[in-house]
Design a protein around this ligand. Structure first.
Ligand SMILES: Cc1cc2nc3c(=O)[nH]c(=O)nc-3n(C[C@H](O)[C@H](O)[C@H](O)COP(=O)(O)OP(=O)(O)OC[C@H]3O[C@@H](n4cnc5c(N)ncnc54)[C@H](O)[C@@H]3O)c2cc1C
Length: 401
């Protein structure tokens, strides 16, 4: 059964702008509550059903794994498509010293899970496909968006006008809906680019994730199944094209050397994908009859692997507020549930956003005081148990699962 039966319907309880991971998670979370939901997405349905591989291997917390299971996403993901991160090592410069985390210390089977963004997108869409209260308006964009106390109106690029009690903007970092609703946003252009790719290796990775802060570049090597690792290189944007143009064998030799042969000989299995790094934080996550979600609200630097995890957390929080309001017969687009969401989601996101950006600045600063500070921090991290416990809790989110 497909969810696109009512293409001519123009009045909905909720219109979700953007059928990416955050928008789909929210739509699924509020489905089955007697609400009518529309998703507006520029990509055609065939692309949503079979998204192409984009190089991103997403590290998931325990909370995300649990939420995705409850939403039915894991019904469409095989065990082989999930790998585990049992240990994490943070390495600074050329030093052999590492800040280490271990799943046994956290009392968990694993610190986190890895699933490709392709499988997250595919499984999220598969989960909403069967819902007859969700209407997909694909191959369409939002041209205009207005709201007042009586309701919200969404004008699509084919001239169709949708009315809704609540509109959710989940249209990514450069969100047009955020702009149209007049919500200011801090944008941080790092002048750096993230290159991601999958590599085969001859040695064992021991389910260990490595974050290596070298002086000019950072290199993350994340464990996947079947003798593969995900490689994430962050470097100044002006150097990215040279790396993309490298002969695959020369690239593999370079990574192997930078990674000091920890997983033996390495080979690139497919082309690298490039993501220029821009982070963003919206000044408010709501406006009248409107809520911001996912990267449209908070676009994270990938180094701490929080973007999708926070998007899912936001989808969960907003859905809870909306469902509670609907059950008591209240107005789901009124300011009360939106203010609660705004407050709760800011409390979660702000420290993580600011903390991540501080770490990125410290670990890409090549001046001597910064080098000494990060060396000291790694040592302190290893010896101060409360600090280790706090970082582990944030890595795993097992306390909220
Ligand atoms: C290299 C890299 C590694 C990452 N690793 C991790 C990780 O390990 N862990 C983690 O948690 N996160 C990670 N992330 C972050 C994660 O990928 C994102 O946070 C997540 O994909 C954001 O989902 P979203 O739905 O908010 O936005 P998007 O994925 O950007 O989706 C937005 C959707 O809106 C649609 N859209 C755009 N404009 C319009 C419009 N005008 N009208 C309607 N629809 C529109 C788009 O077509 C798209 O489908 C990583 C990101 C990168 C770049």
């Amino acid at each position: 059964m497909y969810c696109m039966k009512k293409q001519d319907q123009t009045t909905f309880d909720i219109v979700v702008i953007g059928g990416g991971p955050a928008g789909l998670a929210f739509a699924k979370a509020v489905s089955g509550q007697g609400l009518s939901i529309a998703i507006v997405e520029p990509a055609p349905r065939a692309v949503l059903e079979k998204p192409s591989y984009d190089g991103r291997e997403i590290a998931l917390t325990h909370f995300s794994k649990k939420t995705m299971s409850e939403l039915g996403f894991f019904d469409h993901i095989t065990a082989d498509q999930v790998s585990m991160i049992k240990k994490a090592h943070v390495v600074n410069g050329d030093s052999p010293y590492a800040l280490k985390f271990d799943h046994r210390e956290a009392g968990e089977e694993t610190l986190g899970y890895m699933v490709s963004n392709q499988n997250i997108r595919r499984s999220s869409f598969a989960a909403v496909q069967g819902a007859d209260d969700i209407t997909l308006l694909d191959e369409r964009r939002v041209d205009d968006l207005t709201s007042d106390a009586s309701g919200a109106r969404v004008t699509l690029d084919d001239g169709q006008v949708l009315s809704a009690r609540l509109v959710v903007g989940a249209d990514g970092r450069f969100s047009q809906s955020r702009r149209k609703m007049g919500i200011a946003c801090d944008m941080l252009e790092w002048g750096r680019t993230c290159l991601v790719g999958v590599m085969e290796h001859d040695g064992a990775h021991d389910d260990t994730a490595y974050e290596c802060f070298h002086y000019d570049r950072t290199l993350a090597v994340l464990p996947l199944n079947n003798g593969l690792v995900s490689v994430v290189i962050t470097l100044p944007s002006e150097e990215a094209q040279d790396v993309l143009d490298m002969d695959p064998a020369a690239f593999a030799a370079d990574i192997e050397a930078r990674f000091e042969g920890r997983v033996g000989a390495m080979r690139l299995t497919q082309k690298l994908h490039a993501y220029p790094l821009v982070c963003n934080y919206a000044k408010s996550f709501y406006a009248p009859r409107f809520a911001l979600l996912g990267d449209a609200a908070v676009g994270m630097h990938p180094v701490t692997a929080h973007g999708y995890n926070l998007g899912l957390r936001g989808a969960h929080t907003l859905a809870q507020e909306v469902i509670q309001m609907a059950r008591t017969g209240g107005d789901i687009g009124s300011s009360l549930p939106l203010r609660h969401y705004n407050r709760a989601h800011n409390i979660i996101c702000k420290p993580i956003y600011l903390g991540t950006n501080t770490v990125v600045k410290l670990y890409t600063d090549q001046r001597k005081p910064a080098k000494i500070a990060r060396k000291t921090l790694l040592h302190l991290g290893n010896v101060l148990k409360p600090a280790r416990d706090m970082i582990t809790r944030q890595l795993t989110e097992s306390h909220v699962a």
